[in-house]
Ligand binder design. Structure first.
Ligand SMILES: Nc1ncnc2c1ncn2[C@@H]1O[C@H](COP(=O)(O)OP(=O)(O)OP(=O)(O)O)[C@@H](O)[C@H]1O
Length: 284
């Protein structure tokens, strides 16, 4: 297993999570030790039930582990009260969910601003304008989620996740409810946020095409890390993708997403719609 390094912005050490189901005990995480480097895009992949969401929830302070340790941006999460965990999530984490999770009664703009304003911080209007421009949602800001397409709602959720400059953006199957074009746009945007803003992104996916956008693919099976592929260093992504999915062959996936050329190309899948304004334009 990769050792946890000093520069990791998030890390798990010997993480175990068990659930009780009647008499049986399910070991959703079975001793996971892994570090996530700052400014990288990591996909957590693996078959259904392998522990992907459980790992993400423990890393993001949404759930507590049975044993082991989680560190997030210098804060040890183990043993924190619910209140303290809420504060950590609010201050350090941006979330993107499969089902968007926007508040239906608020406009797109209000949804984007909510996490910042709720924590009493000032909205960075320059960054907001930038994100809105790159995501192409400038003419949708006064609309409520019910008046937006799924792809537009997810773009609003992406702006909401990034505008507070979180230590880590955790994305849980962010393309799961989208058509392939909208899904590609979301992945392209996440890729660009890593490249241009230095954002750290951890994305759970069971989709090998989505995983191919990451710098690194961590593969789980039965609650353990069974593969850890450094895509950015030119490692054999096909090997990991074969492990994660069988809907398409690894070769198909690699070709579709431009794997093997440059994980940081940003235009790997090249729809050119989202991000047509060019780079996000700043380095943290
Ligand atoms: N609240 C819970 N109570 C009981 N068992 C749970 C609970 N949450 C998860 N599990 C079990 O823990 C294991 C890991 O679940 P988890 O949701 O982390 O897997 P996953 O890889 O994210 O799966 P999927 O791709 O289907 O979302 C599974 O066996 C699941 O049934």
């Amino acid at each position: 297993m990769p050792a946890t390094k000093g520069e990791d912005i998030a890390a798990a050490a010997d993480l175990v999570k068990t659930y009780r189901q009647g008499e049986a005990q399910i070991r959703a995480l079975d001793g996971v030790s892994v570090g996530f480097a700052r400014g990288r895009f990591t996909a957590i992949a693996g078959p259904s039930g392998s522990g992907k969401s459980t790992l993400m929830h423990c890393l993001a302070g949404l759930d507590s582990a049975t044993s082991g340790q989680v560190t997030l941006d210098g804060t040890e999460l183990t043993g924190l009260s619910d209140r303290a965990l809420t504060r950590v999530r609010r201050d350090k984490v941006g979330f993107v969910f499969q089902s968007f999770n926007l508040l239906p009664q608020l406009t797109a703009l209000e949804n984007i601003a909510l996490p910042v304003t709720m924590s009493g911080r000032r909205l960075d209007h320059e960054l907001l304008d930038h994100l809105v421009g790159v995501l192409g949602i400038g003419d949708r800001l006064s609309h409520r989620p019910g008046e937006l397409s799924g792809g537009q709602q997810q773009r609003v959720a992406l702006a909401r996740a990034l505008v507070a400059r979180p230590a880590v953006v955790f994305a849980d199957e962010p393309t799961g409810n989208l058509d392939s074009r909208s899904g590609t746009e979301v992945l392209d945007f996440l890729r660009r946020s890593v490249r241009d803003l230095g954002q750290t992104v951890v994305m759970v996916t069971h989709d090998p095409r989505a995983a191919a956008y990451a710098d690194r693919v961590l593969v789980l099976a039965d609650g353990r890390v069974v593969d850890d592929v450094d895509v950015a260093a030119g490692a054999d992504v096909g090997r990991a993708l074969q492990t994660v999915g069988n809907a398409r062959t690894a070769t198909d996936v690699g070709t579709a997403a431009g794997v093997g050329t440059a994980a940081d190309a940003g235009t790997a899948a090249g729809t050119g719609t989202v991000g047509s304004a060019g780079s996000l334009g700043r380095t943290r």
